[in-house]
Write a protein that binds this ligand. Structure first.
Ligand code: BES
Ligand code: ZN
Length: 632
């Protein structure tokens, strides 16, 4: 640290002012103090927030579809100690044209050596400035932005752009301090071509845009401090349908009807979530349902969840994904992981919370099925991590020298949620819920470390009770590998019957068609997933015929069926596999199927290579990067 202690204290005092105010009670919470503990140091950012820290970003960008780049300026407000000489920003592949202070005087800057994961530090000499303006273009081929051709959209007529920031991708289009522990308020002015609408994860000040040279300008404002990975944009042929008083959905016109039908319960979900853990802090809650190359199921961009169209099943059976992204409005956006090693604080809490929303809205039977499927996912994740002694079975991850993406497995989600269920069981639901609600309020608009959460848990829930401390075993859960013996496994009362029918079918019994028709999506998923990985061609064909599996429109069921088919080298399912891998690019579906194919030697590898040559250009960089490591 180059800063003198006194200067650092001055900066901290500056940042801390207002931090004691109850954040939820006011509309503009203060930009919170950066965390100063060693465990809050973010190894995935070049920022030196104790020297100079970005507090606010103003973007003024034009979306250049022909050149596939965003071009314009980012003006940054900087909090810095009086004697701070420079501010260090994150950047990856950005084309920097220049940096100036707010009076237009040029400021010296340098781009350091680029790391393949982290990109390069952009260091700007402040010369006393506390607001700097960076002129730049986004990185050519940068990972955050996907520029879609009209053919990749539902309407097939207009191009489309969307961004994905988490974990460290936003540095490919925004030169700021791209660290989850450094919250920033922001605004944007975005010029989009005429005929396309821009939306962002912020308050929309100009819903219809304003005519300007080269298209329409759209303005946005986020006056609550957020982590930089939560700044998101999409531009396309978008319409809007309200779902409730403060909820609605954006998507392309040709798919709006079925999309709005699917999401009819969103307003009720917000109410259910609020009844559990306190007021929704972000004003509106809207969704954007994207074209099928969106690499995730969903992304919790504030005020505007981004979601894959693969949840639009026609029967509202996959809406737990909405519950998940909505839950992040508390666990993730209000209180977020300070570093990527603390990722489980985002996803474990959210998986737990998601299930509570589902229980509240649709009852315990449905919630238990989802939780039990999650338990199976946990077992698979432990296997994938190398078994119970695998280093990445830890909740708090060691990501030294690694891309944060490498540690982002189902362990964070499912072991994290299981840990919280284990605490719930130990203290009782009432006490646990009261604690959680209070926890979100006390840490609102702040970043949190694993150690910080553990300390809070001890101070405000355990309160020195030695019996409780021993019963839960907090440190073992958080810092050790494997799965503690007290792990709470929620068992669906419906699954034993499903499992029995699957076992019977494997032994030559009939396809249980009447049951299948009556089953919900989790039961159907469970049935197919629990069939033995070795089945005869005849058994597979009979199943496919009875249940229409190859033609399944439900993406979760189609996925487990294709996994079973690939495991058995079942040729008749290859056209269905090809269509599924072409028609959507959700990494959770695409990557395991390519992995399964590659595991099937001289049968699967040629298929994988042939399909990937065709589908790779359709996928987002996130999916491409993962599959590139699988199909070689
Ligand atoms: N925040 C995640 C998506 C994410 C994770 C992006 C890691 C980048 C890095 C999002 O909330 C999420 O968990 N999505 C899941 C769906 C959920 C229902 C488990 C997904 O995309 O599958
Ligand atoms: Zn999530």
């Amino acid at each position: 640290m180059t800063l003198k202690t006194t200067a650092r204290a001055a900066l901290l005092a500056l940042l801390l002012c207002g931090a004691a105010m109850p954040a939820l009670a006011q509309s503009n919470p203060p930009v919170p103090a950066i965390l100063t503990t060693p465990e809050a140091h973010d190894i995935h950012s070049y920022a030196q927030p104790l020297v100079a820290r970005v507090t606010h970003v103003d973007l003024d960008l034009t979306a250049d579809f022909a050149g596939q780049k965003m071009t314009g300026t980012a003006a940054l407000d900087i909090a810095a100690a009086p004697d701070a000489k420079e501010v260090v920003l994150d950047s990856k592949g950005l084309v920097i044209h220049g940096v100036a202070d707010d009076k237009g005087a040029a400021l010296p800057w340098t781009l350091g050596k680029a790391d393949p994961n982290l990109g390069a530090p952009l260091t700007v000499q402040l010369n006393g400035a506390r607001r700097i303006v960076v002129s730049y273009d986004s990185a050519p081929g940068g990972a955050a932005l996907q520029w879609l051709t009209p053919a990749q959209t539902a309407g097939k007529k207009k191009p489309y752009l969307f961004s994905q920031g988490e974990a460290i991708l936003n540095r490919t289009w925004i030169p700021t301090q791209d660290s989850p522990g450094i919250r920033q308020t922001w605004t944007a002015r975005i010029v989009a071509p005429e005929g396309l609408k821009a939306v962002m994860s912020a308050e929309m000040l100009t819903p219809d845009g304003e005519p300007v040279a080269g298209g329409r300008a759209y303005r946005f404002k986020m006056d609550k401090p957020v982590a930089s990975y939560l700044i998101a944009i999409a531009i396309g042929d978008l319409t809007f349908t309200p779902l409730g008083q403060r909820t609605g959905v954006y998507t392309e016109p040709s798919v709006m009807k079925k999309t709005a039908y699917e999401l009819v319960d969103v307003e009720k979900m917000v109410e259910a979530a609020e009844s559990l853990y306190g007021p929704y802090a972000w004003g509106r809650y809207d969704l954007l349902v994207l074209p099928p190359s969106f690499p995730f199921g969903g992304m919790e961009n504030p005020r505007l969840t981004f979601a894959t169209p693969t949840i639009i099943a026609g029967d509202r059976s996959l809406v737990s994904l909405v519950a998940h992204e909505l839950a992040h409005s508390w666990s993730g956006n209000l209180v977020n992981n300070a570093t990527w090693s603390d990722f489980w604080l985002n996803e474990g809490f959210t998986d737990y919370f998601e299930n509570r929303i589902m229980e509240k809205l649709y009852g315990k039977a449905r919630a238990d099925m989802l939780a039990d499927l999650g338990w199976s996912d946990l077992q698979d994740a432990i296997k994938d991590a190398g078994g119970l002694t695998g280093a990445d079975t830890r909740l708090h991850l060691d990501l030294t020298g690694r891309d944060p993406d490498d540690g982002m497995t189902d362990i964070a989600y499912q072991k994290g949620a299981t840990f919280l269920r284990t605490i719930e069981k130990a203290v009782g639901r009432e006490r646990w819920d009261a604690y959680l609600k209070d926890y979100f309020a006390r840490h609102a608009f702040q970043s949190q470390t694993t150690a910080g959460f553990v300390a809070d848990l001890r101070a405000n829930l355990i309160k020195g009770d030695p019996k409780l401390e021993a019963e839960i075993g907090i440190d073992k859960w958080v810092y050790d590998v494997g799965l503690p013996a007290n792990a709470v496994h929620i068992k669906s009362a419906a699954f034993p019957a499903v499992d029995a029918l699957a076992a019977a079918y494997a032994k030559g019994g009939p396809a249980p068609l009447a049951k299948w028709k009556a089953w919900s999506t989790p039961e159907r998923t469970r049935f197919v997933a629990s069939l033995p990985r070795e089945l005869s061609k005849e058994r597979l064909a009979a199943l496919d015929k009875a249940f229409g599996l190859s033609a399944q429109g439900n993406s979760e069921i189609r996925f487990v069926w294709l996994e079973l088919a690939v495991a058995n080298r079942y040729d008749p399912a290859v056209p269905s596999l090809e269509a599924f891998l072409t028609d959507q690019g959700r990494r959770k579906f695409v990557a395991p199927l390519f992995k399964d194919l590659m595991a099937q030697g001289d049968w699967g590898q040629p298929i994988a290579k042939r399909l990937y040559a065709k589908t790779r250009p359709l996928y987002h960089a996130v999916t491409r990067q993962t599959v590139d490591g699988i199909v070689k």
